[in-house]
Design a protein around this ligand. Structure first.
Ligand code: SAM
Ligand code: SF4
Length: 330
């Protein structure tokens, strides 16, 4: 079967599927306090539609799928969906990104459903700051969820921290040190420009290089050499003898567009070929008008052909994305 390869010879083997635009938190960098205008539930792709897309994409070389949202664990039937997804031959890596609020109660069932690993978003270890950041009082739930994920073997358990200057950058060392105590992969992510009420300012974004230097001053970091051949965008390090790792993801200061292997599907059935581009290709219509698989295939190939060479955040022409991360599926 023909593989999905874009105009720049990048092999597209990673699909991120958003299963909902709903969320049980309201992070300041992602949503306004009252939430966002949710799509009519009719417009959200049904599980069987998502499975059909996954099957077709896997048939054309996709081997990794990440489930995201909104908050994927709030969608009813998520476990049954993951089980069906995990059983599709050719899918080697099934993961999920969650805010962790419901993770403690779901972890074992997620593992049983065939999920390999989780990424948990956590931006502060201080209860009042967590509350300010997420507009929810769930820090302990997230910490319990992380423990449970380790316990049931959803590993590596990655902790994603979005670092915002003047807001949570004073906690970077404490987060890095979590990798010395438990086998967490703590990853620092640059704050990115989306359409949020709070607004994005370049000077609130701390570069991965600055963070790496800051941590290395406290304790040296050794690079982790990835021999699997499936290295992601994170630059990986560890402290000597630590069970976990520290990683840096720098979409802004040192972008990794040249090796981007991703395609995104929004919960309302649009393909996005770049996180930062508003170019969307509609799949939902074809899924619902009786079209055959060859039409879905054609749309997937068309989207891949339109994938831009890279984002333009660092150019003057760049406009913030009109959708927030919760709508795109981060
Ligand atoms: N609700 C889940 C969660 O929070 O993990 C999954 C969806 S959320 C949109 C996915 C990721 O996007 C989270 O790690 C979140 O921190 C990140 N995110 C949202 N807005 C962001 C921004 N402006 N800059 C950087 N990361 C952002
Ligand atoms: Fe919800 Fe995740 Fe967005 Fe926070 S980042 S509001 S948890 S979708």
């Amino acid at each position: 079967m023909e593989k999905l390869v874009d105009a720049y010879e990048r092999k597209i083997d990673y699909l991120r599927m958003s299963v909902t635009d709903r969320c049980n938190l309201r992070c300041v960098y992602c949503m306004p306090p009252e939430g966002i205008d949710l799509a009519d539930s009719q417009n959200i792709l049904r599980y069987e539609e998502l499975l059909r897309i996954a099957r077709i994409a896997i048939g054309h070389g996709v081997s990794k799928i990440r489930i995201t949202g909104g908050e994927p664990l709030v969608r009813k039937g998520i476990l049954e969906f993951l089980k069906s997804l995990s059983e599709i031959p050719g899918l080697n890596d099934l993961s999920l990104t969650t805010n962790g609020v419901l993770l403690k109660q779901y972890a074992q069932n997620l593992k049983d459903a065939g999920l390999k690993r989780v990424n948990v978003s956590l931006d502060s270890l201080k209860r009042d700051r967590f509350q300010k950041m997420t507009r929810g009082d769930n820090l302990q739930d997230v910490l319990d969820g992380l423990e449970e994920a380790l316990k049931v073997g959803l590993t590596p358990v990655k902790i994603n921290m979005v670092v915002i200057k003047g807001f949570n950058d004073d906690e970077v060392i404490e987060f890095a040190m979590m990798s010395k105590v438990k086998p967490y992969h703590v990853r620092f992510i640059e704050y990115m420009p989306f359409n949020t009420q709070e607004g994005w300012q370049r000077d609130k974004c701390i570069s991965a290089k600055e963070l790496r230097e800051l941590i290395s001053k406290v304790e040296p970091l050794e690079p982790v050499i990835d021999s699997s051949g499936s290295a992601g965008p994170a630059k990986r390090y560890k402290f000597k003898d630590a069970p976990g790792e520290v990683g840096f993801i720098s979409p802004i200061s040192e972008h990794f567009c040249g090796s981007c292997n991703r395609l995104r599907l929004t919960s309302d059935g649009k393909l996005r070929t770049c996180l930062f581009s508003d170019n969307e290709i509609d799949l939902r219509t074809a899924l619902r008008d009786g079209s055959g698989d060859e039409v879905i295939e054609h749309i997937l190939f068309k989207a891949v052909a339109e994938k831009p060479s890279g984002h333009r955040i660092n150019e003057n022409v760049f406009k913030k994305c009109s959708r927030t991360m919760s709508l795109i599926g981060g």
